[in-house]
Ligand binder design. Sequence first.
Ligand code: GLU
Length: 507
Amino acid sequence: MEMTGFEGARVRVRLAPSPTGFVHIGNVLVALVDAAIARKYGGTFVIRIEDTDQKRFFEGAEQLIYDSLAWLGIEWHEGPDRGGPFAPYRQSERLPRYHGVAEQLVDQGDAYRCWCSPERLDGMRKAQQAHRLPPKYDRMCLGKSETERQAFGGYTERSVIRLRMPDTGHTTFSDPIRGEMSFENALLDDRVLLKSDGFPTYNLAVVVDDHDMKITHAIRGEEWLPSTPAHLRVYVALGWKPPVIAHTPLLLNADRGKISKRKHPWANIGWFQDQGFLPEAVLNYLGNLIAFVPDTENPQHGVARELFGFSEISEHFELGSIGPSGKVVDLDRLDWLNGQYIRRMTLDELARRVGPFMIAAGLDIGNPIFMGALALEQERLKRLSEAPAVLSIFFKEEVYPAEMLVPKGVAPDDARRMLDGAISVCESVAASGDWSAGSLEVPFRDLAISLDLTTGKQRGQLFGVVRVASTGRTATPPLFDTMAVLGGDTVVRRLAHARVLLAGLGA
Ligand code: GLU
């Protein structure tokens, strides 16, 4: 694995998010790759905040990054919140350093000042578009002093500094995920390094900081690939050794298209938390996209393990094995995975996780019925956020139409007879003092016989009536278990109410 360079110098990786809004799931994937590498090779994971775009700054976004990673259990070692030997870790606090480097590049002739006004650049871009040319600065300012430039149109006092790309040759590098990459220099734009507001662009700051912070592996999403030749040019001009640069594959929606913030709310990692996905399930899911964790019980078959955590991800992670092609995010699979984790939890732990969702829905988790009800749903629950809706039948009466009490193919009179029978069964079981799923079973079987409901379908209709009458729903966990948790008094009361509803229906 020569190309990945994990041997030798101490590995240092970084996540370099721009605090411009919510935390994108693609950034979380990169963070997981970084954390896995740091763990596997005993390296250091740095968070650096790339807040050089003042126009896109979003209050609170930085904290959101820390909170999201912490929620997932992803750990980092250096950063604005943790400090470290290369502080400050926010680019807005490192401006003098970028100025110095930009001036040095100008002095060397590797960069130049540009006084073109935004209007001129805009006009140039539109003309290029109209002629189907790639967008590229036309070098109007190259080789001119400010006074010389003033003689031409489209001048502004507020200058920027641009990188001068070579006119010939290729910029090549080896991406551990994608292999050999090559870009024709003549096609590359002279990108801005320092803006007129005195802030560096991403393209300058990322290079200076990766160098200064001794980053050995710069891992980022595929969308940054077109910027890499410019970065490499800066490294060469400054005589610095670039880190290994790798571009992780894009995450795709189920149609294999790009994720759009508008159409795919799950582009935002916060969505998973709001929906009641467990962090361990989300981490497991993302881990699945980047690492093959073998099933130790089946090693010879090359079967992947389904449930695993961060330590297995880092143990089996190989940068070269991720592959460049996009990874589809399959929410059905994640639902399944989440359900698996929910099933494996102790009931107390599940109650703790579900609690906030119940409280937000106004359901009282201090109610003694909560734990019994939750135990019944544990097997079926996929997202924690579903809990209030499925558990509410235990906390409050549902409002439902009388027609729901009459199963298909059953006459209202027959439904009334079934319900009358169920009421007397429930009253006597409740009176016996032994109200449980087991004690309901025999008398209900006898009731079916006495009502002459002999086929499975007919018995199903009876239970259908009782199910709706006691819960207001047509689908619930096993009926007698549900009735047992509800308690005799509640069931008897609800059945009586249902009987009143049914009385209002015709024959
Ligand atoms: N600031 C860039 C971002 O927001 C960082 C890209 C990189 O890691 O180089 O993703």
